[in-house]
Design a protein around this ligand. Structure first.
Ligand code: ITT
Length: 205
């Protein structure tokens, strides 16, 4: 009964990104699973993301935090893939353009690279891979979510984080930053990956 077990143990969200944690807490809230952040468990850890895929980095984070916390752990590795930039920034989304840039500068850096790219070639997607580590001897399980959209010319909206203001979601034509948390959590890459995870849990319960 995986979901019942999780209701007892709780689950650690292996992330230092407060925005991601908030979205994940909201998405898990209907399931009565206690959700902990590293801060709430007194864990201070920065995992070196040496992988070249979302899967590898999500696995690195899930395993590293699991070995400290010893409770079921999920990690999220995610990013933006822009077709006209050969799928950049991808796994390097959090440091694109240099570690010293703030997010606003990072968005401007990306927009500058896209300034001569025509509307119909500005397709992009957010990708999220959730890695789940149940216990010591069970291998990490993966769940993926993808949301399609395009890069706009000027940032729009003030909600969310990261590249949200420059990514217009395909079906709603709103940027993620123009959506409330609840709206973004209906259709985001993270929501889809977590839904896959929850469906798997419910199917095996
Ligand atoms: P943790 O590794 O501690 O979870 P992080 O922010 O470094 O936090 P990643 O390595 O997965 O996480 O990098 C993801 C980056 O991709 C993130 O910093 C944003 O720039 C971008 N990103 C991912 N999901 C996003 C979303 O929903 N909205 C906007 N940007 C997002």
């Amino acid at each position: 009964m995986p979901i019942l077990k999780l209701r007892k143990s709780g689950i650690l969200v292996a992330s230092n990104n407060e925005h991601k944690i908030k979205e994940i807490v909201d998405l898990l809230s209907p399931y009565a699973i206690p959700v902990f952040s590293p801060k709430e468990m007194g864990i201070e850890l920065v995992v070196e993301e040496t992988g070249t895929t979302f899967f590898e980095n999500a696995k690195l984070k899930a395993e590293a935090y699991y070995h400290i916390a010893r409770i079921p752990t999920i990690a999220d590795d995610s990013g933006l893939e822009v077709d006209a930039l050969n799928h950049e920034p991808g796994v390097y989304s959090s440091i694109y353009g240099g570690v010293s840039l703030n997010q606003n500068q990072r968005n401007q850096y990306l927009l500058e690279k896209m300034k001569n790219v025509a509307h119909y070639l500005r397709t992009a997607r957010f990708v999220c891979v959730i890695a789940f580590k149940w216990s010591e001897h069970e291998p990490v399980q993966f769940y993926e979510g993808i949301t399609e959209g395009r890069i706009i010319y000027q940032p729009r909206g003030s909600h969310g984080f990261g590249y949200d203001p420059i990514f217009e979601e395909y079906t709603t034509k709103k940027t993620f930053a123009e959506m409330t948390l609840e709206e973004k959590n209906q259709i985001s890459h993270r929501a889809k990956a977590l839904r896959n995870f929850l469906n798997h849990l419910l199917r095996t319960s």
